[in-house]
Design a protein around this ligand. Structure first.
Ligand SMILES: Nc1nc2c(ncn2[C@@H]2O[C@H](COP(=O)(O)OP(=O)(O)OP(=O)(O)O)[C@@H](O)[C@H]2O)c(=O)[nH]1
Ligand SMILES: [Mg+2]
Length: 187
């Protein structure tokens, strides 16, 4: 029988089209992802189970639930028991970054997610027309979050297309201790 102690409950949220499904498919099935598939918005939720062996050699599973951006008004139904939150922001969508910031602050202030560890993923870092990292961080007020919040998110730049950041994401998710957030220098 499935032992809940062996599962880490992860919630993956972010505006629609920010790249959640693509990222999670890549984490779940690093070799076999089909890039010819036609991406469809997630209406409802997807669950991605990612098995791994922990530092003590015990089999565990990252149970990652994506809730589509279209479902944002219903995200709050999925906060119970969540240990980690992956919040995905599309750096190639200038119009969306500010609204993503508001969504992120709302999640960080949510009492049910007080104990959850947040990972802020700047996605689509391969796109030529993306925002530069520091501009995106300014728009997200990331430095301020790090200075003012005890549960400020760990930052990760990623692209499932080029594999950037993927090797770091899994350890972030399986790490039980709080990862120290390096406050980036913004010019
Ligand atoms: N260039 C680039 N495109 C990406 C990347 N990740 C996702 N995309 C594209 O962005 C679009 C949306 O990706 P999804 O993964 O479906 O986005 P989502 O966050 O799951 O969207 P919802 O389910 O609607 O909330 C698709 O056309 C993807 O191919 C990336 O790293 N780089
Ligand atoms: Mg999706």
């Amino acid at each position: 029988m499935d032992d809940p102690d062996n599962r880490i409950s992860v919630l993956c949220l972010g505006p629609k089209g920010s790249g959640k499904t693509t990222l999670l498919k890549k984490i779940q099935n690093a070799e076999g992802i089909d890039y010819t598939y036609s991406p469809v918005p997630t209406i409802g939720t997807n669950i991605y189970d990612v098995p791994y062996i922990n530092k003590q050699g015990k089999k565990q599973v990252l149970s990652i639930r994506e809730v589509g951006g279209e479902m944002a008004p219903l995200w709050s139904n999925y906060y119970e028991g969540v240990e980690k939150v992956i919040f995905v922001v599309d750096t190639s969508n200038l119009c969306q970054i500010s609204s993503a910031a508001v969504m992120l602050y709302t999640l960080l202030a949510e009492p049910k997610l007080k104990k959850a560890k947040f990972i802020l993923v700047l996605s689509k870092m391969d796109a030529a027309y993306r925002q530069m990292r520091n501009e995106a961080l300014l728009m997200l007020q990331y430095t301020r979050l790090c200075n003012e919040l005890p549960n400020a998110p760990v930052l990760l730049e990623a692209s499932p297309l080029t594999d950037e950041g993927l090797d770091i994401l899994k350890p972030y998710l399986t790490e039980t201790k709080r990862v120290t957030v390096p406050v980036p220098a913004l010019k």
